[in-house]
Design a protein around this ligand. Sequence first.
Ligand code: NOJ
Ligand code: CA
Length: 552
Amino acid sequence: MINDLWYKNAVIYCLSVATFIDANGDGIGDFQGLMQRLDYLQGMGVTAIWLMPFQPSPMRDDGYDISDYYGVDPRYGTLGDFVEFTHGCRQRGMRVLIDLVVNHTSEQHPWFQAARSDPESKYRDWYIWSKKKPKDAAKGMVFPGVQKSTWNHDSVAHAWYFHRFYEFQPDLNTSNPEVQAEILKIMGFWIQLGVSGFRMDAVPFIIAAKGAGAKIQEHYNMLRTFREFLTWREGEAIILAEANVLPNTDMKYFGAFGERLQMMFNFEVNQHLFYAMATSDSRPLVKALRATKSRPATSQWGQFLRNHDELDLGRLEPKQRQAVFAAFGPDPNMQLYNRGIRRRLSPMFQGDRRRLELAYSLMMTLPGTPVLRYGDEIGMGDNLALPERNCARTPMQWSTEPNAGFTISDKPILPVISEGPYGFQHINVADQRRDPHSLLNWMERIIRMRKEVPEIGWGDFSFVSAGRPDVLAMRYTWRNNSVFCVHNLCPEPREIHFSIDHGEERRVLVNLLSDDHSESDARGRHSILLEPYGYRWYRVGGLDYLLKRTPV
Ligand code: NOJ
Ligand code: CA
């Protein structure tokens, strides 16, 4: 096993340059501003930053509609600023991942403009066309309720083009070898500028056979090509896949020998985690964790709570989904695309600190690498007056200064939350820095501890029976060390009794987060009283574990 696979025990933080901080006062976040906040991120313990798209774009899908893959949108800065940024990250020991959005381009992209206006252009075959309106034009929309079809008529081309997402995002013909070569070139370009890999957008659609009447078929081998190219150019670079797929296809994405993509977001666990938090029933979560357990040793899950999209609950059973809606998004305006909740994390829990800590503690102790969303570290809220997913993309709240210290302009790119309990006057970084009990400082401490528990990123996990479904008890083992984590999902205190199998050491559980350690009775049984939504992280044995850890 290669010891230095950095992504196995990383802490990833995602942010959008546009809404992080604005240095030049035009109301739009930029790289100059972001660079001044790198010490903040490093101080929190972040080891990798994932940037949402920042390339030139008409910005009709928050930058996921790219019109030039080889540039920086001038609103955010220049390529020069970008290189300063990656360099600044490297100096602080942080890696950079960027979004790779190559399932589709913007309709404004010169490739599409050439493709539609000239049937002889080589770019014509870079997209997916049909002379007649395909029969399935009203099927397969990713944004139901907003998106009307997957095929649009183009009056210039006199033909229909395919778009899996919005109509201004024509799909690239990813089976065309020239398009594939271009994707590699894009990766090569950004690798050269200092990134350590990509969050690859919409992977299942990139590898799917496309076209009118196309049979369902995935070209998984494409993934191996992407990966081989990437690691040939830069050994430590990875691809983190956005692929919301069923557990039985996970291995196709990782590759049986780990030869395809290194990381995937665990959507299966994410949805069942929210179900568990909504109902205090851990059983479906346990099932999801088991279903996604096997993966090649070099591969890794990305575990997350919320991201820039809606909380997609599409894989839950209808009854389960309704339970999550009822608990966390009862109002139709909180829901989106008939399948998800568009709110930020904190308002879903009515700002309840106990539940926020429980959620983060769970995320950090699930098998994989945690991925945090900007603003969640201070418990930011949402603005449901904004359309679709924009409600959870408002500017970062830095201080009590006007516009939360995000910009000195009075026209921020999206309104800053400035009213109610989540307004910047109450929720901001500056205040929370000064308060040792703030969520921000809690987050910093828990991240610090998470990094010191590589058992979670690298080890094997098993479930320990706590005798009741509202308490989740998991144990990690790695290199002769063992860690035990327990979470009370319910609003009542719970007492649990259990034993752990780890030689004589099983008698002592050393609490990693507070003082109350646990000693077993003579038979090795522990009894722990958990407060409502309480959680514990223990080391089995003692703190001399490092001396006992085996080197391989
Ligand atoms: C997935 C991204 O996460 C989402 O924000 C975007 O709208 C679609 N892909 C289309 O690129
Ligand atoms: Ca700016």
